[in-house]
Design a protein around this ligand. Structure first.
Ligand SMILES: NC(=O)c1ccc[n+]([C@@H]2O[C@H](COP(=O)([O-])OP(=O)(O)OC[C@H]3O[C@@H](n4cnc5c(N)ncnc54)[C@H](OP(=O)(O)O)[C@@H]3O)[C@@H](O)[C@H]2O)c1
Length: 227
């Protein structure tokens, strides 16, 4: 059975992910509602926050990027897994995240296009890989494998518009949770909540509102179920 998948993001009122001022404490407090078994992240998102993961030479532990208020010191056994989509092998330093306190372990989701060298490097760093799909990662197959091999029942997606868009269009998302910041940023970058450049009217995703909350700073949290 496929896991229950939640997309939890913060965006501007015009659905942009540029120039945000994310209240990380609030963002992760809301994210904690789901107590996910696995956090699903994309290569670009990881590199945006931790460019050192793309460095083939780096082997030491990362300086922790403390955005969550966790105290550190090693993850508890009930911490979630981190699964990183990376068909292109852009994250040779992924193993460094095994030292982080947020996740009990790290798994690379790769495809037939991922080089054997990269998979070997990950293996040497103690990172298990799931190889599904020919060119890109077969996202459905990856979720299935996480459920079957790691007992993952709940997945929280921490990704930008391209991975979120792909998951939504493949019907793999059950809930969408967004914190909307009271700002309009405009611009021409492609950093939208959902990117799906070739989407057709059939790809429109209908949702029903399940929960909402208003905050003193004018931000609003909305939680929707995908119909
Ligand atoms: N505001 C927020 O809440 C929030 C949250 C997370 C991230 N972000 C921001 O979002 C930005 C990155 O967003 P992004 O979407 O470009 O990057 P991303 O989240 O890293 O997603 C890209 C990853 O998804 C994979 N992918 C995309 N489409 C796919 C498909 N059809 N099939 C299989 N795999 C697919 C890519 O695969 P390949 O490996 O094949 O390239 C790549 O690994 C960053 O700037 C980050 O800071 C914002």
């Amino acid at each position: 059975m496929l896991p229950h998948v939640i997309v939890h993001n913060e965006m501007s009122l015009d659905a942009r992910m540029d120039r945000l001022e994310v209240d990380m404490g609030r963002f992760y407090a809301l994210a904690g509602k789901w107590r996910e078994d696995c956090t699903l992240v994309g290569s670009e998102t990881l590199l945006a926050g931790m460019p050192e993961l793309g460095d083939r030479g780096s082997a030491g532990a990362l300086e922790r990027r403390d955005t969550t208020g966790h105290q550190g010191g090693g993850a508890s056994p009930d911490a979630p897994l981190l699964a990183a989509v990376d068909s292109r092998g852009r994250l040779p330093g992924l193993g460094q995240l095994r030292d982080q306190p947020y996740w009990r372990d790290v798994i690379a989701l790769c495809s037939g296009a991922t080089s054997a060298d990269h998979l070997d490097r990950l293996g040497a760093a103690g990172v298990s890989s799931i190889v599904v799909g020919t060119e890109r990662v077969d996202l459905r197959g990856a979720l299935q494998a996480l459920a079957e091999q790691y007992d993952v029942a709940v997945v929280r997606v921490d990704a930008g518009g391209s991975l979120v868009g792909a998951l939504l269009r493949q019907g793999l998302v059950h809930e969408v949770s967004v914190v909307i910041e009271p700002r309009l940023v405009g611009g021409e970058t492609h950093r939208w909540l959902v990117r799906a450049p070739d989407a057709t009217p059939e790809d429109v995703v209908a949702m029903t509102l399940r929960e909402m909350e208003r905050f003193d700073d004018g931000a609003v949290w909305l939680r929707y179920d995908v119909v």
